[in-house]
Design a protein around this ligand. Structure first.
Ligand SMILES: [Ca+2]
Length: 307
């Protein structure tokens, strides 16, 4: 029997933090995913698209379309003073790349069109702000019935230290209005949370691997360390590890049992405070536990193309 394949669109803010690139490499190395497109969101979406294309090309997957999406959030950036604004730490990796074939900002339309082409089959995996998928749901509200699930890397239940409000961590605060659009649409929505990160031994192996895919990923990891973390390093072998948070959005398809999902309804307000109301019939899934460290072996094998 042929194993089930998940048709997915990956929506990403690749190019600032490094976990998007690690996540994309993991998805490319996972035979369970049929990647129909990559869309970029937030800030310099052109640089992000070029980085995504470079990674896809290195994996021999130039056939996967890359679309630029929303530059700005629907509402306003609200992050309680936490976190960075976009700085495109990995832009140097694509400074000699030519112009994109498609220079329109049509990610939301691409998502809507692709979902309508395969109703009930296309999952949207969001690794950044939810602007593109929020806009797609505004363009065509019937997508709610046609999307089997949106899987998002973002944290719930993050406490604001000062006010003790239940606020949201990464990605939701970059566009709380878009997150509200998604929540209120009542589309099936699964949230993921981070897990263990690959350490030095993985980075050594990656750095010494001659495959083009490993070279490109190594280059991005080094640029991020130098330009975002301001580290004075000349090789990724000097790093303690690499963040892989976004990758767990893909892991949630493969090992859902490790997240112990609770069903319910998630409400997000315009300043990204949130509440989760458990309900067995609810369309939203909230993770209760983290992935255990043994899964790192699978992650590393897939990224290093050993399987
Ligand atoms: Ca991301």
């Amino acid at each position: 029997m042929k194993a089930k394949k998940f048709k997915i669109i990956i929506d990403t803010d690749i190019g600032d933090d490094i976990d998007d690139a690690v996540a994309l490499a993991f998805a490319l190395g996972s035979p369970e995913f049929d990647i129909l497109g990559v869309t970029t969101v937030f800030g310099n979406v052109e640089t992000r698209a070029k980085i995504a294309k470079k990674l896809l090309r290195a994996w021999g997957r130039d056939d996967i379309p890359v679309k630029m999406g929303a530059v700005r959030p629907m509402g306003y950036f609200h992050h309680y003073g936490r976190g960075p604004v976009a700085n495109n730490s990995q832009a140097a990796a694509v400074e000699n790349e030519g112009a994109l074939e498609d220079n329109t900002y049509n990610a939301a339309q691409f998502i809507a069109d692709t979902v309508r082409k395969y109703p009930g089959e296309v999952y949207i995996v969001t690794l950044g702000a939810l602007t593109n998928i929020g806009m797609a749901l505004c363009i065509d509200p019937s997508l709610v019935e046609k999307i089997p699930g949106i899987v998002s890397m973002c944290f719930l239940g993050y406490q604001d230290d000062k006010n003790k409000d239940q606020i949201s961590g990464w990605n939701v605060p970059y566009d709380p209005i878009a997150a509200q659009c998604v929540a209120r649409s009542r589309v099936n929505w699964k949230i993921t949370k981070g897990g263990p990160k690959p350490g030095t031994s993985f980075l050594k192996e990656l750095n010494r691997c001659e495959k083009e895919s490993s070279k490109v990923l190594s280059e991005l990891i080094l640029l991020k360390a130098q330009n975002k973390d301001n580290m004075n390093v000349s090789s990724i072998e000097e790093l303690e590890g690499v963040s892989a948070c976004d990758l767990y959005a893909f892991a949630s398809f493969l090992i859902p049992e490790q997240f112990n999902y609770l069903q319910g309804y998630w409400e997000v307000d315009s300043s990204s405070r949130n509440n989760f109301y458990p309900d067995n019939k609810g369309p939203h899934s909230c993770p209760q536990t983290n992935v255990n460290a043994e899964y790192l072996k699978v992650i590393q094998e897939r990224i290093l193309r050993k399987v």
